[in-house]
Design a protein around this ligand. Structure first.
Ligand SMILES: Nc1nc2c(ncn2[C@@H]2O[C@H](COP(=O)(O)OP(=O)(O)OP(=O)(O)O)[C@@H](O)[C@H]2O)c(=O)[nH]1
Length: 321
């Protein structure tokens, strides 16, 4: 819902070459209660101002010397990346009303002003604009929620699948290998059972931060759910032996970092993670298969507790360069 206070706090730009007209509009808007007003008498400055300040409403006089309001409208349409130009056109010429709408203005008002009509049109336009902005923000938040884990804010399974597909496509072009690492916290259930769910959540957060700290920019760190994490490393060597070495070095570094002492409820806590790694190149293998192989390697690492890291060694068919 939109409050009246939000409407009155909207940022409005007045564009008119006549100082008397700017003053009249400013006085009228302030009387009504609008507080956030800007103005310019220079039509050439409007696009730059809007790019920097994202006005909720632009009151645009159509008749100005040099650059008229229609040219300003055309430029604003190119500037506005969301495709909505919040312009209320002001005109003395009845013939300009429809032309203004066809040029992208959202509404018009004739001069000399009917004050009641002017106030109503400004209020209505601002309501639409602010609701549109609210909707765009909610959509962004929903999109982020749909693709990220709410606890750690890491990409979730859905986003990871998309990143894996992108990695396969890019690897097909460049012939560079990628590594998919599955990581699972050892005895996590026991931690939840002894120190509580909040301590479990705190550990998940600390693990996610350490993983992000160890990963290179361009890699993806994701949480699949529970105590399972994934790191997708892109752009390793084109040579499988070297790519394996790079992935091994990274996995061992992560394993070591993740074994360092955590602090939970103000106390030191020690744990380890088991890591399974699969190396791939191109998109010959299905994503499900890659995930299954990395998962199996992780279980292998868990069974062989002393090492903590296990590799699925690529077969010659999948490693040819
Ligand atoms: N604190 C917390 N616990 C969770 C969350 N999601 C899942 N869990 C718990 O994570 C635990 C995972 O248990 P298991 O898969 O058996 O893991 P484990 O005890 O580490 O077993 P191993 O991997 O064999 O060592 C379960 O107790 C889940 O209830 C979460 O978001 N927060």
């Amino acid at each position: 819902m939109l409050s009246e206070a939000a409407v009155l706090a909207a940022h409005i730009l007045i564009v008119d070459d006549q100082p008397a007209n700017v003053l009249l509009l400013e006085q009228l808007l302030r009387q009504v209660g609008y507080t956030n007003l800007s103005s310019t008498r220079d039509p050439y400055a409007v696009c730059e101002l809007h790019r920097n300040q994202h006005f909720d409403l632009i009151l645009l006089d159509l008749q100005m010397p040099g650059m008229d309001g229609f040219q300003v409208l055309a430029d604003l349409q190119q500037t506005e990346d969301q495709g909505y130009v919040p312009v209320l056109a002001i005109t003395v010429q009845p013939g300009h009303k429809l032309r203004a709408l066809a040029s992208g203005a959202k509404d018009f008002i004739a001069k000399p002003f009917d004050m009641v009509e002017l106030k109503a049109r400004i209020h209505n336009m601002l309501e639409v604009r602010l609701l549109y902005t609210q909707l765009a923000q909610s959509n962004l938040a929903l999109k982020a929620l749909a693709l990220h884990d709410p606890l750690t804010q890491l990409p979730n399974r859905r986003l990871l699948l998309d990143r894996l597909r992108q990695a396969q496509l890019s690897s097909s072009r460049t012939h560079r290998h990628c590594a998919l690492m599955f990581l699972d916290i050892d005895h996590f259930k026991q931690l939840n059972d002894t120190l509580g769910h909040d301590a479990g959540d705190a550990l998940l957060l600390q693990v996610s931060q350490r993983l992000l700290g160890s990963a290179r920019s361009g890699d993806t760190v994701a949480r699949l759910g529970g105590d399972e994490f994934v790191v997708l490393m892109n752009a390793l060597s084109t040579r499988v032996a070297l790519a394996s070495k790079q992935a091994q070095a990274m996995a061992r570094k992560m394993h070591k970092t993740l074994r360092q002492t955590y602090r939970l409820n103000g106390q030191a806590y020690h744990t380890s993670l088991s890591i399974g790694v699969v190396i791939f190149m191109g998109d010959t293998e299905s994503i499900n298969n890659l995930l299954k192989k990395a998962d199996q390697a992780m279980y292998q690492a868990k069974a062989d507790d002393s090492q903590g890291v296990c590799f699925d060694v690529p077969t010659p068919a999948t490693t040819s360069v």
